[in-house]
Design a protein around this ligand. Structure first.
Ligand code: R5P
Length: 262
């Protein structure tokens, strides 16, 4: 039997007309505190929301920096527990009950797993607990394949982590773009989106998004490369053209420049 609620929530995030999604990530505060560009989170996201298919953030950011009239599906970060000051960064556990995620009308919940680390078992078991609770209410779980400093972000590792995430119940996997990305896409049975990562030149970020989409990614879950851009409103529209309209990096960059200079 089709799980209507689950399918409806996924379709609110991954747009049925293109099969793609532009997730806008502003959840960095859960381990990075007042991240550059998000000090006044509400002011940063306000002009960008019309171009986002979903907004990924913490329950605190949702409560304190957004208006309940916001008309964008929410992906709620439900993992955390360590900060950038901790040498065991990314040893994350559950930070939000499913009851509170539902109360705040989350369309999906997001949890970081750390495959290959000393803490992999903790993060994978907490992840499956979230999956069990989320599935009960028809809420998709997005797994984030966090990568520790000692691990290499290559296709071998990222396909392993992504496949494990899907086998353990993720409905969507968020991972990093890498060389031979088709290996990640071809061995993961659920939609894969890529994280943006640290701020890089706009053309490079657009090229990475383009390569990921052309290889079969379902979209991007991008944060810093949008809100730390010189022109965030131009950048989000350029990324959107790559994700939904198959714009080439050159076309998207031209669009970025044009909107920026308007
Ligand atoms: C990391 O786990 C966080 O979820 C970030 O929000 C995510 O990586 C996307 O943001 P960025 O594009 O800035 O890496």
């Amino acid at each position: 039997m089709m799980d209507w609620g689950m399918q409806n929530r996924i379709n609110r995030i991954i747009k049925p007309d293109t099969g793609k999604t532009l997730m806008f990530a502003v959840d960095h505060g859960y381990f990075m505190g007042p991240t550059s560009g998000l000090e006044q989170l509400d002011q940063t996201i306000e002009p960008l929301l019309p171009y986002a298919d979903s907004l990924m953030l913490t329950r605190g950011a949702l409560r304190y920096y957004t208006d309940p009239r916001v008309d964008v599906p929410i992906i709620m970060r439900v993992s955390g527990g360590t900060s950038i000051l901790n040498k065991n960064l990314l040893h994350e556990g559950i930070t939000v009950s499913m009851e509170d995620a539902i109360r705040m009308n989350a369309s999906a919940v997001a949890f970081s797993i750390l495959v290959g680390s000393d803490f992999e078992r903790d993060t994978l078991l907490a992840f499956t607990q979230v999956v069990d609770e989320a599935e009960r209410y028809g809420i998709p779980t997005l797994a984030v394949t966090a990568v520790g400093k000692a691990l290499v972000r290559d296709a071998r590792y990222l396909s392993l982590a992504s496949r494990i995430a899907a086998e353990l119940g993720a409905r969507i996997v968020k991972t990093y773009y890498c060389e031979n990305f088709e290996r990640v896409i071809n061995t993961c049975p659920v939609p894969v989106v890529i994280a943006g990562g640290k701020k890089i030149p706009e053309m490079d970020a657009l090229t990475m998004a383009y390569n990921a989409i052309q290889t079969g990614a379902a979209g991007v879950d991008m944060g810093r490369n949008i809100f730390q851009s010189d022109a965030p409103v131009a950048m989000v529209q350029a990324v959107r053209a790559v994700v939904h309209n198959n714009a080439t990096p050159a076309e998207a960059f031209e669009m970025y420049e044009e909107i920026k200079n308007r």
